[in-house]
Design a protein around this ligand. Structure first.
Ligand code: PXL
Length: 287
């Protein structure tokens, strides 16, 4: 069996602003895995801080890609989906999931951030995204998306027991649940953490990171890309969480030092060499 793995990445391509396929392709490639992009839409920019974007919807193209790959007998090692422009795109995405039964199925339910749904997120899209989540092995919502999936209010802070309970509730179908950007409070004070749960081993994990007073679009895509590549290479959940969090933190801190406007995203290009060194990590903790 070849050690060279390939991921079908079903995401949009936003030209400016460093998110979705513009970051997914370089990040996963730097980790030695082939990315086969299946664009859901082509945009001039992402929607976080820009208006009047040029948008070309590619809903039909996703199914066409699926049919062509089926004819070619192509099977992917992972299917990784993200931003969808319409509920119909969920159907095309489901074809990829059902048609690649041995693949690692990673669904990033891109629906909102900062306590609010994205302008493109309709109630129907949210309902269909829940269906997609049920077919995944791994899901990586941020706190806003977690609340949208669970039908909960977004809390200003979370205790460890609430965090564990929400992770477990989301893991009804997916085996691995990761929640990004959780303001955790415990005996040692308040920390910003990425947290994870592996239902098979029943283990809960957390990685804390330094709060930077800026919000950069695309960091969720970078995080989930590193996590996906790391898991696909056979790394454990805590190490994958650690690698994804540390890389995102390095990229955010690099960017913050230059004072660039947040809507341009993070200067991850300066940091890609870190991913290639495959640094040994041990910053994870049990949650
Ligand atoms: O990073 C998530 C994302 C992906 N694609 C588009 C977006 C966003 C977030 O704003 O606007 C087009």
């Amino acid at each position: 069996m070849s050690q060279h793995k390939k991921i079908a990445a079903i995401h949009d391509l936003s030209g400016f602003g460093r998110c979705s396929l513009s970051v997914i392709i370089p990040v996963i490639s730097a980790m030695g895995i082939q990315v086969c992009p299946v664009p859901t839409a082509v945009l001039s920019t992402h929607t976080g801080g820009f208006t009047d974007m040029a948008l070309e919807d590619l809903t039909e193209h996703i199914s066409d890609c699926y049919e062509h790959y089926k004819k070619l007998g192509l099977q992917f090692d992972a299917i990784y989906s993200g931003f969808m422009t319409s509920p119909k795109q969920v159907d095309s995405c489901l074809k990829f999931l059902y048609g690649n039964p041995d693949a690692l199925k990673v669904v990033d339910p891109v629906l909102g951030d900062n306590g609010k749904p994205y302008s493109t997120c309709t109630p129907e899209l949210m309902r269909r995204m829940k269906e997609l989540v049920e077919e995944a092995d791994v899901i990586t919502p941020n706190l806003t998306e977690t609340c949208m999936l669970l039908g909960e209010e977004c809390p200003p802070m979370m205790s460890v027991s609430q965090a564990r309970s929400w992770l477990a509730r989301l893991s009804d179908k997916p085996r691995i649940v990761v929640i990004k950007g959780v303001p955790l409070i415990d005996d040692e004070g308040q920390k910003l953490s990425n947290i994870g749960f592996d239902r098979e081993s029943g283990s809960f994990w957390r990685i804390d990171w330094d709060h930077i007073p800026m919000h950069y679009p695309g960091t969720g895509d970078i995080f989930t890309s590193v996590l996906t590549a790391s898991l696909l290479k056979g790394e454990s959940l805590p190490i994958a969480l650690n690698r994804a969090t540390t890389f995102t933190e390095i990229a955010v801190k690099t960017t913050y030092s230059y004072g660039t406007e947040s809507r341009q995203g993070v200067l991850f290009e300066d940091c890609l060499s870190w991913l290639m060194t495959n640094t040994v990590l041990s910053d994870y903790k049990r949650l």
